[in-house]
Design a protein around this ligand. Structure first.
Ligand code: CA
Length: 228
């Protein structure tokens, strides 16, 4: 059975102490965490690699949280669940947050448990909205059944090799670094050094004549070589 992949969250908070506290809570609960302290940079990060959840402070340098959220809604090609984090607690402030496209709202100060519950709920909702089938060029991957087809032909691939393929298909057209793949495939139990290489070999064997679809980008990582 496929293990669930760990969810990715982008934490945008300019208060260093609070950000460190939030990051520690999320990492402790198994999230893959990225951080930003500036609104403009956060928007770019969220557009480049849409996270499963965006945790967004309102008062930020560069671009404030409301503007980040509104621009993300206009420019992102998929829905990124946004949890707004703020000390502003009047009804009209909440209204502005939702009008800018927030999915949920959490007032400072908050309990770590509530932060986790809300992030998990948003990630789950985002997951439900995603199709189980990934289509990438000649590849068709059903994440639920684990069936993979390439040019309509069934490809025999399972276990870690399948998870590797799913990770690359989800990230496509981006190149995925070796360290990110290790984290996605094994979370906090790093395998022996050559495990990734051996699963990559198995995956390419399974793809047979189409094995060049999984491309090594030297010094960077792996990517699916399929036209956008
Ligand atoms: Ca702030």
């Amino acid at each position: 059975m496929e293990q669930p992949r760990s969810s990715r969250i982008l934490v945008v908070e300019d208060h260093i102490g609070l950000r460190a506290q939030i990051v520690a809570v999320l990492v402790g609960a198994g999230w893959r965490v990225e951080e930003a302290s500036d609104g403009r940079l956060a928007l770019q990060m969220a557009l480049d690699e849409p996270p499963d959840v965006l945790l967004l402070d309102l008062g930020l340098p560069g671009l404030d949280g409301l503007a980040v959220c509104a621009q993300l809604r206009q420019r992102a090609d998929r829905h990124v669940p946004v949890l707004m984090l703020t000390a502003r607690d009047t009804l009209s402030d909440k209204g502005l947050g939702f009008a800018a496209g927030a999915d949920d709202y959490l007032l400072k100060p908050f309990a770590s448990e509530e932060l986790l519950w809300r992030c998990q709920a948003l990630a789950r909702r985002g997951e439900l909205g995603r199709s189980p089938v990934l289509e990438r060029g000649p590849l068709r991957i059903d994440r639920r059944s684990g069936e993979v087809r390439c040019h309509q032909r069934v490809v025999e691939v399972s276990g870690h090799a399948l998870r590797l393929l799913v990770a690359l298909a989800e990230a496509w057209p981006r190149t995925v670094s070796r360290s990110e793949l290790l984290q996605q495939l094994w979370a906090d139990e790093p395998p022996e050094s050559d495990a990734l290489r051996s699963h990559l070999y198995t995956l390419r064997q399974g793809l047979g004549p189409s094995q060049s679809l999984v491309k090594t980008v030297h010094g960077v990582g792996l990517r699916l070589d399929v036209p956008t």
